[in-house]
Design a protein around this ligand. Structure first.
Ligand code: NDP
Length: 324
């Protein structure tokens, strides 16, 4: 099969499209002919070698894909069945989705929900799946549309843009924080009613004027610290990312004086029943216009160049990799 293969030479990561053979299937494995994969921030870190995502080489990156089952050692999956995969270390410790085929545990697959096209599933991808987990975290913390404005940081990225679209469709008033003026029209179309500059989030005090009922933070570091200081009494901040850094220069003040909740969000190891519920909600909530606005399509061969663009903050919305 054709795959993007990562190898290491003199501590540098080399990425090249090659012909390689998949390993033999084990008990419980399912083989999938991949139709679409996505390019995510984590894939960009892996492909460029700028993040320590991959420790065993050669590796096929790609943390998500959609496709059809071609062979199955798992009674729950039949040949021809459309499936989705996100997370579980695929594309990190196990060969991933930037390839014509994958061989994964049946436990890791989610049947493609009826009514969701395989291409649209990857427009959502890990980013959209994570955005929905963040929205659900806010709901579970009691943040309602009438509670006030929800702020989304790193808003024009994959997770951020889907979070803006989801929150807007669910009736929330959404403020978007972005570092790029070129994305303002895009963010307004997705449903942001207020747009703030990332520069305004560079400095913070332990507590600031209360502005946000909730937040979806994909950036971390100083931006997250500022969001926490501006969150309303009893509000919740769903933190899933580190596009601005993995630090968190904050104080205990928002937590002990304003009852603010900082809810971590992980998409990799979400249990199977919650995964299906998240996909069903994504299908029900996202409007058709989202799929038309939010994706750029590339080939496997273009993935290394586009991965570098990710880390240079040149990417807007979701990047889809067409496999077959
Ligand atoms: P993208 O690259 O698509 O989006 C990241 C966005 O962050 C950019 O579009 C940009 O938004 C903003 N950004 C980029 N660089 C900086 C910077 N130096 N300082 C501040 N903001 C910056 O990535 P994804 O949407 O795929 O992922 C977003 C984050 O979420 C990543 O850190 C990723 O690792 C994490 N993630 C975590 C998951 C989990 O399971 N917890 C799952 C999926 C993603 P703008 O230009 O609008 O400012």
């Amino acid at each position: 099969m054709k795959a993007l293969v990562l190898e290491q030479q003199d501590k540098a990561t080399l990425a090249e499209v090659k012909e390689i053979a998949l390993p033999e299937m084990a008990e419980g494995d399912v083989r999938v002919d991949i139709s679409w994969s996505g390019l995510n921030y984590k894939d960009a870190l892996a492909i460029t070698g700028k993040g320590k995502i991959i420790r065993q080489f050669p590796m096929v990156p790609g943390i998500d894909f959609s496709g059809r089952v071609s062979r199955s050692n798992d009674a729950r999956f039949t040949v021809g069945q459309p499936v989705i995969l996100t997370g579980w270390g695929v594309g990190e410790t196990h060969w991933g989705g930037l390839a014509e085929q994958a061989c994964v545990k049946g436990d890791w697959l989610v049947p493609l929900p009826e009514g969701l096209a395989a291409r649209n599933a990857m427009i959502i991808g890990t980013a959209g799946f994570t955005a929905m987990l963040c929205v659900m975290a806010l709901e579970e913390a009691g943040v309602k549309p009438e509670s006030g404005t929800v702020v989304v940081t790193g808003a024009s990225g994959g997770v951020g843009s889907t979070a803006v679209a989801l929150l807007h469709t669910l009736g929330y008033t959404v403020a978007a924080v972005t570092g790029r003026e070129s994305t303002h029209d895009y963010l307004r179309k997705l449903g942001a009613s207020e747009i703030l500059s990332r520069d305004d989030f560079a400095e913070t005090r332990p507590l600031e004027k209360q502005i946000w009922a909730g937040a979806v933070d994909t950036v971390g570091d100083k931006v997250l610290a500022k969001v926490l200081a501006q969150t309303n009494y009893g509000g919740c901040v769903a933190a899933c990312g580190l596009a601005g850094g993995f630090g968190l220069p904050t104080t205990v003040m928002p937590f002990i004086l304003r009852n603010v909740r900082l809810q971590g969000v992980d998409s990799v190891s979400v249990p199977a029943d919650r995964r299906s519920a998240v996909w069903e909600r994504l299908l029900k909530t996202l409007p058709q216009s989202f799929y038309e606005q939010a994706a750029t399509e590339i080939t496997l061969e273009q993935a290394p160049v586009v991965a570098a663009d990710f880390l240079d903050n040149k990417i807007q919305g979701r990047t889809l990799v067409k496999i077959t």
